[in-house]
Design a binder for this molecule. Structure first.
Ligand code: PMT
Length: 397
């Protein structure tokens, strides 16, 4: 690519960044979050510790400024919260930028709807509350790790809600990570919305589903008399937007018009955190396009690693796509996989090592081990290489 083209494209990314951030206001908590992140990063930079920014959970897309309705996505934050624990275990300090009320490191073991924490406890005859004997060991292990992370100030939790909150927070924290140089790692596991309603087009108040207030807007407040109660306006409250039949006129439907969210990965790579290692995720539902899309993303943004995963198999396998490396499929052991009609599972697997798993071959329920326990050591290895390469480069200057 000629430097001319690079300049032009860099400035177009910059223009998109300026336009987005100046017209979509930041979250109120941003200054507090920035102050907390700055002191956290300074502490760990001084100790020459690696710091990872883990993003986690889904972003909402509000339809109103005083938000009653919003668009959301499936992400529970499992990948992010679980990864954060393994990063802490590997000696990283973790900034956990997460969707408010999504799963959190450590507490996730007891906050899932199928694992209600009250079911892990009982009351002793003396009225004290204790963990059930069957859960004591695990609870103690989790509690100790959680307290150790807190005691050493190794885990900073920063919540976001909307897509715009997320992007403001991401930009601010990534820029603060610059002094970490290559010791910084950005691990972008959040499920980020690709579409949004820009602030200038967003309704201030709850979008109405009936025309009951149209009169009010035209004429100002009216007095409700006995007669008007008995003879309401013909159309008043006569329709709602939940009837999607084609018989409903277009003017009475709720048509949501979304703009694309600018892709800020390029800004992240080139400007916000240029020396840190950047790991993005690629989520797809169609196995046929996953690797292609991951490669396309790597090519386009020129960062360090794309971890591809499919919605249906994301707890069982991921694929690492990195420049100069063969695609690397990371899978949990398949001892509990079903046999297939074409032969033994082992033979099938050997033949398809470089292809996504067939979800039909997976057992019901969760894998016995967490795939993040395999992902994080592999990321850490690449990060160590990244740091070494950067050191060699700065040594040769
Ligand atoms: O939370 P779980 O239920 O455990 O699910 C985990 C997960 C499936 C959400 C996670 O593993 C995952 O794949 N996260 C990324 C999902 C996603 O947003 O993929 P994408 O293809 O839409 O985006 C690709 C990358 O581009 C993302 O890393 C994102 O940081 C980045 N991006 C996206 C939008 C945007 N405007 N700018 C960006 O830079």
């Amino acid at each position: 690519m000629s430097s001319n083209t690079t300049n032009t494209s860099t400035s177009s990314y910059q223009v998109a960044e300026n336009a987005y951030f100046s017209s979509n206001p930041p979250p109120k908590a941003l200054p507090q979050h920035v102050a907390a992140a700055e002191s956290f990063i300074n502490q760990h930079a001084a100790a020459n510790r690696r710091v990872v920014l883990v993003t986690s959970g889904g972003t909402t897309v509000p339809l109103e400024k005083q938000t009653v309705r919003f668009i959301d996505n499936f992400s529970a934050g499992t990948r992010g919260a679980t990864s954060a624990e393994y990063f802490l275990e590997s000696g990283y300090a973790v900034i956990f930028l997460h969707r408010q009320f999504s799963l959190l490191p450590y507490s996730r073991h007891y906050s899932h709807s199928t694992d209600c924490f009250l079911d892990f406890l009982h009351e002793n005859p003396d009225g004290s509350v204790v963990a059930n004997p069957a859960h004591q060991d695990k609870m103690l292990r989790v509690l100790r790790k959680y307290n150790a992370a807190k005691r050493q100030n190794l885990l900073l939790m920063l919540p976001f809600v909307t897509i715009t909150d997320y992007l403001h927070e991401l930009r601010a924290v990534a820029q603060l990570m610059r002094p970490l140089g290559p010791n910084g790692l950005l691990y972008l596991a959040a499920a980020v919305s690709d579409f949004f309603v820009p602030a200038e087009r967003m309704a201030e108040h709850k979008i109405q589903s009936t025309d009951a207030t149209d009169m009010l807007k035209k004429q100002g407040p009216t007095t409700v008399t006995k007669e008007s109660r008995e003879q309401p306006q013909q159309d008043e409250e006569a329709f709602d937007n939940f009837d999607s039949s084609p018989a409903v006129p277009r003017s009475k439907r709720l048509i949501v018009d979304l703009d694309p969210v600018p892709k800020f990965l390029k800004n992240l790579v080139d400007g916000w955190a240029p020396e840190g290692m950047i790991v993005s995720f690629k989520l797809e539902t169609d196995p046929a396009i996953l690797v292609h899309k991951a490669k396309y993303s790597l090519e386009r943004y020129q960062h360090h690693l794309v971890i591809g995963n499919l919605l249906s198999t994301r707890k069982w396998e991921v694929v690492f796509v990195a420049p100069g490396h063969e695609d690397n499929w990371i899978r949990v052991p398949f001892s509990r996989r079903k046999k297939t009609i074409t032969g033994t599972e082992e033979t099938d697997q050997k033949n398809k090592e470089n292809e996504p798993l067939d979800p039909a071959t997976l057992p019901e329920g969760e894998p016995e081990i967490e795939i993040e326990g395999l992902i994080i050591p592999a990321v850490e290895e690449l990060h160590a290489k990244h740091i070494k390469t950067a050191a060699a480069r700065s040594g040769s200057k």
